[in-house]
Design a protein around this ligand. Sequence first.
Ligand code: FAD
Length: 516
Amino acid sequence: MTLKRDVYKALEDVVGPEYISEDPVILDSYAWRSGMATLHDRFVPRYEAVTLPQNTAEVQAIVKLCNKYKTQFVASSTGWGCYCDPAGPGVVKMDLRRMNRILEINEKNMYAACEPYVIFAELQAEVMKRGLICNITGAGSNCSAMPLAAHQGIGHMSQSLSYGDRNLLAVEWVTPEGEIVRLGSLGSLGEWFGGDGPGPSLRGIIRGNTTPLGGLGVFTKAAQKLYHWPGPAVFPVEGVSPNYTPSHIPPGFMYRYISWPSLEKLTEAVYKIGMSEIAFEVMGFNPGMIASNIATNNVEDKQLLDEFTRLVQGPGSVVIIAANSQRDYEYETRVLQQILDETGGKSLEPVEKNFKYNAGALWRCIRITASIRETCRSSGCFAGEVGGTDVFSLMATYINRSQPVKKEFIAKGLVRNDGLIPFVQSIEHGHQGHAEVLNRYFQSKETADGVMAFVGEANKAAIQDHFGVPAHVWSDDAHDMFGPHTSNYHLWLREIKKKFDPNAASESSHYISAKE
Ligand SMILES: Cc1cc2nc3c(=O)[nH]c(=O)nc-3n(C[C@H](O)[C@H](O)[C@H](O)COP(=O)(O)OP(=O)(O)OC[C@H]3O[C@@H](n4cnc5c(N)ncnc54)[C@H](O)[C@@H]3O)c2cc1C
């Protein structure tokens, strides 16, 4: 019990005794992590207490108390990533799982508003019934559907459904000092349709390409854009995880894994597919990811990895067509075939011909249910070397620079040998790209140090050769390293933190602090 009794009592008065705890079992459950940051120790620092507020008023009251008593707070939605973990003692957790309502689905104007603990699986299921679909973060449909929780919100369907930063509309925000601010049309009309007005627009303050990762108050409600969904209201899925597959592929849908002879040819094809706007999804995958997506266990995973590695000719991508009519389908598949002929793209035959592989992967790449298989199942942990979100060909070139480092890791037995091909995905029909090298690593101190060295090398390359700021830049150290090379943005970010959070109440170890 480290929180002063009067502080605990004040917090308890806000949420009620059932919804606050400092029991060591509860605190340790929240502190357990597997992942890069905790390789040396499975437990991150304990929170002082965990609270479960049920509405904006309770969130606001907790924030104000933390300011008054010089204690820090941090919120989480589903807590899927390590970003909401505190860096040290003195932090009260707000677990927002009781704030779980879809507030509005507006079919006519194509948007949805929800609270932080609505997950994508729920929102997607609801909007599909109405002929609509939402973007889902690549982290999985188990994550918060609020575009202010996930780190970036880029995902498999970003080719046609964009991503968090771009889809965000009106927002309700409890600032680090405890003021409630309603942004965009919510502030002027009480409606969700606009992020930038009529009403105050602070989109550039509350998030950029990435979110503030808990370091700038609490987002209690937010709206996002929805898109047209040409598929069925309910996908015909049969079976139980991990053995589940649609009984048939709905009319107008096609799933292929295509590999190209070179990165240049892949890039040319991605631009052509983008320009023709024929694809619902163009998601960079490599043989390791496609094998893990399809396999139901590690033995099968290894067999498929070996088989697919033998059959692909170079870097590759999942391509999904989702057409509006038979005529549309014929047109889109014909255009795709022409692009493949022009660029030397080749479909991976076992994935095309085996119905179970094909239909299952189609569904998992729309429902986004296989991220954990693709990242963690084979070795237990993963770390990604991540580029920024920028011109597709620039990001593709950047990420391929990391290959020699991964090769060294594989040779030392620190990282699973799943090949050296990174994944590069297309966003908004080729308008932007995002790329990662996935390291599925075995747990050891040497690996932890190695992974950090890997990220350090990639950061150096990003600065020296002007590839822009990678998306994984969090913490003072990282911003201080990149800021001086990118118009001193870190000084402005720090000013924002200082002005909005004068008491440093919003724990910001994954964002930026107000230090001088
Ligand atoms: C296997 C795996 C794959 C991933 N792939 C991707 C990917 O493809 N794209 C991507 O963008 N990210 C990816 N991530 C990162 C992921 O988006 C984050 O891990 C995030 O945790 C998703 O869960 P969440 O949306 O519930 O947010 P949480 O885990 O709950 O929170 C994430 C961050 O946002 C803050 N936060 C959450 N809710 C609120 C709120 N209401 N108000 C204020 N701050 C809040 C938290 O403090 C924390 O810093 C991946 C992570 C994993 C583990």
